[in-house]
Design a protein around this ligand. Structure first.
Ligand code: ZN
Length: 458
């Protein structure tokens, strides 16, 4: 390590309150930022970059689904394809994948995420049992595979072992095709406990009750009460209208309404999707301090619906983005579709903005950072001393950024063209992408190819 390997002088860096010039960034061997000093004097020996911004958090991932991308886009017999018919296809796939293949697929995904600007991911991990539905000798076997993949790629990880106990409301027993997900609060808490050795600056462990369909009220309480204090808790909720109707039938309340009434939802929580909300639920979710985990490309791909973003923002609600099924691995596409969905819905422009921030791209990037950081349970989201050294350097020589000023650089980044403008990526104080390339991307892609062929032939 030469003296300046852990420093970068950003001619422009996006800090919590906007762009600053000549920001000297320094980090320690642990991967934490130790200094963020605007208006610093340039020193020739220190590496320099034009446009530097915090790396994005991907707050919702099912890594194995990366291998399914593009394979479910063919209309079925009766033109009634839905989330539920997609889920049947996904289950068939989930019941073939081995731990080795899971690790190879996750590593490929995480490299792609890094190359497009995500420096952290929250893995909502429910494939925990073996192909026959038995526990592995180490019940955390597949969770450890995910962690290994994150280390190979160099991405930060929040690992969320999933509680999945029922096939539907009213404690419906799991179906045979759900055998690999089967868990109860005790098993999830044991897995969380056994992963303690992995916790550190690059990895946190939380938990995820899968959904109100898959978890009873008593199981939800047992899991929440058993979790160590301060750990992130994620749940899928109100993604589909059918789920809302079933919840009303079983619990007498809509899903988010019911969850808020339990009195447990607070800043530890990320409510993933939360697509179908009444005005009261929207205000209640905003007031809870929890994060709405929005996954616009997956929600579009699965025909879920559109989140009520405008009233949620007006109520001060927090949100982040996730790539969920991984039809996209780019935060640019996620945020672009988040805004475009709202424009199409309301037939107006520039929806995601506030009184204090009228630049839509800046609003989206900064808010998704804050929400993603909160949902991750890690020290992320802002370039500030004590936070992780997770940052992106944009390609200032690309025509889309040529001559850009601070007022327009994020607008050009998020809303113009399809080239990847992320040139270099630092994650946890390590340069994991240089000039668009990850040092191990070829070897990781080869293992991914082998895994895919194995899955196809299984
Ligand atoms: Zn999901």
């Amino acid at each position: 390590m030469t003296p300046h390997d852990n420093m970068l002088l950003a001619r422009h860096a996006l800090l919590a309150d906007g762009w600053h010039r000549n920001v000297l960034l320094a980090w320690d061997a642990n991967g934490d930022l130790t200094g963020v000093e605007p208006d610093a004097a340039a020193t020739l020996a220190i590496p320099q970059a034009d446009w530097v911004l915090p790396g994005m958090v991907n707050l919702h991932s099912h890594a194995f689904q990366r291998a399914l991308g593009g394979l479910t886009e063919r209309a079925g017999e009766h033109a009634q394809d839905s989330f539920w018919t997609w889920r049947d296809l996904m289950y068939r796939f989930a019941n073939r994948i081995t731990p080795e293949q899971m690790e190879a697929v996750a590593a490929q995904l995480y490299v792609e995420c890094l190359r497009h600007g995500y420096t952290a991911v929250c893995e909502f991990h429910y494939l925990q049992r073996d192909l026959d539905g038995a526990l592995y000798a180490d019940p955390a076997e597949t969770a450890r595979r995910i962690a290994a993949a994150s280390r190979q790629a160099g991405i930060g990880l929040t690992l969320l072992p999933v509680l999945y106990a029922h096939a539907g409301f009213k404690d419906a027993p799991l179906k045979p095709e759900q055998r690999r997900f089967c868990s109860d609060p005790d098993l999830v808490l044991r897995i969380v406990d056994s992963l303690a050795d992995l916790r550190g600056p690059q990895l946190e462990v939380g938990a995820a009750p899968h959904s109100l369909r898959a978890v009873s009220q008593a199981e939800l309480r047992e899991l929440v009460q058993g979790m160590p204090a301060g750990r992130p808790l994620h749940i899928h909720v109100a993604e589909q209208e059918l789920e809302v109707r079933q919840c009303l039938d079983a619990l007498g309340r809509r899903p988010v309404e019911w969850l808020l009434e339990q009195g447990v939802v607070d800043e530890r929580w990320c409510l993933v999707h939360a697509t179908h909300l009444t005005g009261t639920e929207t205000a209640g979710l905003a007031a809870s301090g929890a994060v709405a985990g929005l996954c616009p490309t997956t929600e579009a791909n699965l025909g879920d619906g559109l989140f009520p973003l405008a009233p949620y923002i007006a109520a001060g609600g927090r949100f982040g983005i996730g790539s969920d099924s991984h039809v996209s691995q780019s935060p640019v596409e996620e945020l672009r579709w988040l805004e475009y969905g709202q424009r199409l819905r309301h037939q107006r422009r520039n929806v995601a903005a506030s009184e204090g921030q009228r630049d839509v791209a800046a609003f989206l990037w900064q808010q998704a950072l804050l929400g993603g950081a909160q949902a991750s349970g890690r020290q992320l989201g802002v370039l500030a001393a004590g936070r992780r050294a997770d940052l992106l350097v944009l390609d200032s020589h690309h025509p889309n950024l040529d001559g850009a000023g601070a007022d327009h650089v994020l607008g050009r980044f998020l809303f113009c063209g399809n080239d990847n403008l992320v040139r270099d990526v630092l994650a946890g104080g390590r340069w994991v992408v240089r000039n668009g390339r990850h040092p191990d991307q070829d070897a990781i892609a080869r293992r991914y190819g082998t895994a895919l062929r194995g899955l196809r032939d299984a």
